[in-house]
Ligand binder design. Structure first.
Ligand SMILES: NC(=O)c1ccc[n+]([C@@H]2O[C@H](COP(=O)([O-])OP(=O)(O)OC[C@H]3O[C@@H](n4cnc5c(N)ncnc54)[C@H](O)[C@@H]3O)[C@@H](O)[C@H]2O)c1
Length: 244
């Protein structure tokens, strides 16, 4: 498969990291399907994208929607080579606030959706003899104070990444996770100022990352990382070393 034949789908790609991943993969070549929640897609103007980028609605927490998008990918393009699970939510909570409903919501978006999409993408990848699944996790997989639900979901995503790499490697499919640290996106800007200040002080390179830093890691895995599988690439300016 050449990069011009490649078909990629990216979830949660209407803004932030996912949008940067779409831009980078589209530059690399092939077809890229940008998906996000229906209202986010409605607010985008499709004419603003290059012709190899297709813009489709997908709520990753919606089981029927997931199936429809995978079926549409196969019927319109005949293949699916790269799945990037990027959609994510962060409802921060300390222990008194970790109730069943927000836990289920976080798990549905950050964990069940990505696993279900991976399962449904596998047959097309097996038919092609190769494929790549990249899960955008978070440095929170290590555990972050006051962020139990999010840390749990991202830890689960790392666990399934490693398990699927074992199971799918013999079928020609690589599975990896990228764990961003603090990346300057709308999600990150919701943090209170005192948290932002403490965050910068704890990052060895002393600045936040850009969405393009994560897009570059995705591009590496898609284009040059065919012998990389089951790994968690932490892209965090050194923060995960943990001196603070
Ligand atoms: N920004 C950071 O510092 C940071 C750090 C670590 C990990 N991450 C992860 O990176 C990913 C992208 O985050 P971001 O910072 O670009 O945030 P963002 O808020 O800019 O983008 C998240 C996107 O996901 C979409 N989304 C939310 N729920 C969805 C659903 N049910 N179905 C489909 N799309 C949905 C949103 O509409 C949004 O476009 C997330 O998985 C996040 O957990 C971000």
């Amino acid at each position: 498969m050449t990069s011009s034949e490649r078909v990629c789908v990216v979830t949660g790609a209407g803004s932030g990291i996912g949008a940067a991943i779409v831009d980078r993969l589209a530059e690399d070549g092939g077809t890229v399907v940008l998906t996000d929640l229906p209202p986010v897609i409605d607010a985008l103007s499709p004419e603003g994208f290059p012709p190899n980028v297709h813009v489709w609605p997908l709520d990753v927490a919606d089981g029927r929607g997931r199936t429809q998008v995978v079926e549409r990918l196969i019927s319109e393009f005949g293949r699916l080579d790269v799945l990037v699970n990027c959609a994510g939510v962060n409802r921060d909570a300390r222990i008194p606030k970790i109730e069943d409903e927000p836990l289920r919501f976080t798990l549905n978006v950050n964990l069940i959706g990505p696993i279900s999409l991976a399962r449904q993408a596998v047959p097309a990848m097996v038919a092609a003899g190769r494929g790549t699944i990249i899960n955008i996790a978070s440095r929170a997989f290590l555990g972050i104070f006051g962020s139990g639900a999010y840390s749990m979901s991202k830890g689960g995503l790392v666990g399934i990444t490693r398990a699927l790499a074992l199971e799918l490697g013999p079928l020609g499919i690589t599975v990896n996770a990228i764990a961003p640290g603090f990346i300057e996106t709308p999600m990150a800007r919701e943090l209170p100022q005192h948290v932002l200040d403490a965050t910068m002080a704890a990052i060895p390179v002393r600045h936040g990352g850009r969405p393009d830093d994560i897009a570059g890691a995705v591009s590496f895995m898609v284009n040059d990382g065919s012998y990389v599988s089951g790994q968690v690439l932490t892209v965090c300016g050194g923060r995960s070393i943990g001196n603070k």
